[in-house]
Design a protein around this ligand. Structure first.
Ligand code: GTR
Length: 382
């Protein structure tokens, strides 16, 4: 075995070949040095690992908070949802060398809150519409969230960068991009995460929000984006991946269902161009996705799968949590509390990485949200 590769814990009981997989050591940097202290990991291994994911998978962001950044509250309704919440429609403007664009997150703050509220920031597929959809779609169950004392904000990822193959010209990547685009230029997933960071820039200025307790959450492609967002921006202290699968929480090596070859042929624009070279060559990847989960350490992380979601491969998502756990252990924190897959609908909330596999299909359900809030309660309202 090469020194930078490790196989799973001997105690692994998962009935799957995943246990025997050799994966890069999440405690080792690209230089092969293994961190033995949190400080060494933060100063050396973390930046090296992050850089590999930037260069080879999600792409390099050309800008952080841009000079032309502006955020304002366009409309405020202090009695939204029959007085349950204060609703703020926010407008964020970003300007770069090639133009400017606006995004319109919708923020809801529980009126019953007696202190700045912890907040769930949702990456949305559509324009956020809390008043019409909240009780119909599990995707953004605002009444449940507000009733439990949390604020929530949602945005539509396509406002940041259109979610389509020819979307590049219409979004933030064109505004800050140069032509021709280098092979390590950021893909749409990274652009969406960048948008969430700009919402965080606003949240830090809103006295009703506790900016030290903001969770990012996304489903499927948005789950991948939420994980990468949490890796790039450590201000998010809780990261939630709902059914993110391939190139999200699931390992590339040994994965069933969707593979890099599928995702880079259907959705090449989600990633940097370099990622394609690993299509049918997962073994050549210098990293694997458990190291993406490790980049969230020592913060709160929740990974959830669904029993009928073979395309995402829940077993691989679970194994990825197990393999990321040594990074949490280095910080003296429990990663995931078990090394064998729990029965469906049983949430493992005892570690700093939480996990459940919901019965049912690929979806973000209200029951998923309930587990995510239970985990937040445990750490944020002990
Ligand atoms: C699928 C894709 C997945 C997942 C999903 C989604 O078609 O293959 O990786 O991202 O779409 O976002 O809905």
């Amino acid at each position: 075995m090469q020194p930078h590769l490790i196989s799973s814990f001997a105690t692994c009981l998962l009935a799957s070949s995943l246990c025997a997989l050799e994966l890069p050591n999440p405690l080792a940097g690209a230089d092969g040095q293994v961190a033995t202290t949190p400080d060494a990991w933060q100063k050396s291994v973390r930046p090296q690992t992050l850089q590999i994911f930037r260069e080879q998978v999600y792409g390099v962001r050309p800008v952080a908070k841009p000079a032309g950044f502006q955020a304002k509250v366009l409309r405020e309704d202090p009695q939204a949802l029959e007085g349950l919440a204060t609703l703020k429609e926010i407008e964020i403007t970003f300007t770069g060398p090639n133009g400017s664009a606006k995004i319109h997150p919708v923020l809801l703050i529980p009126n019953a809150a007696k202190a700045p509220a912890a907040t769930f920031l949702l990456f949305g597929f559509v324009k956020p519409d809390p008043l019409e959809k909240s009780n119909i779609s599990g995707g953004w169950p605002v009444r449940e969230i507000l009733t439990r004392g949390y604020a929530t904000v949602a945005f539509c990822v396509s406002e940041v960068d259109p979610d389509r193959a020819d979307g590049f010209a219409g979004g933030v990547r064109a505004i800050f991009g140069n032509s021709p685009r280098p092979a390590n230029a950021w893909g749409a997933l990274s652009a969406w995460g960048w948008g969430a960071s700009r919402i965080m820039d606003y949240l830090e200025t809103d006295p009703a929000i506790n900016a030290k307790r903001v969770a990012v959450i996304g489903h499927s492609r948005c789950g991948k984006a939420a994980l990468w967002c949490g890796a790039e921006d450590t201000r998010f202290t809780y990261v939630i991946s709902n059914n993110s699968g391939c190139s999200g929480a699931a390992l590339a090596r040994g994965k069933m269902g969707e593979k890099i070859s599928d995702i880079t042929s259907h959705f090449p624009y989600w990633f940097c161009e370099n990622y394609r070279q690993f299509s049918n060559h997962e073994e050549r990847l210098p990293i694997d996705q458990h190291q993406l989960l490790g980049l969230i350490a020592p913060r709160l992380l929740y990974v959830a799968s669904a029993t009928q979601d073979d395309w995402a491969d829940g077993k691989s998502e679970f194994e990825s949590c197990v393999r990321a756990s040594p990074v949490y252990a280095l910080f003296g924190k429990p990663g995931i509390e078990a090394t064998s897959l729990p029965p469906p609908d049983q949430a493992l909330l005892g570690g700093t990485i939480a996990y459940h596999m919901r019965s049912g299909k690929h979806d973000l359900a209200v029951s998923d949200w309930q587990h995510y809030m239970d985990f937040a309660d445990k750490h944020w309202k002990p």
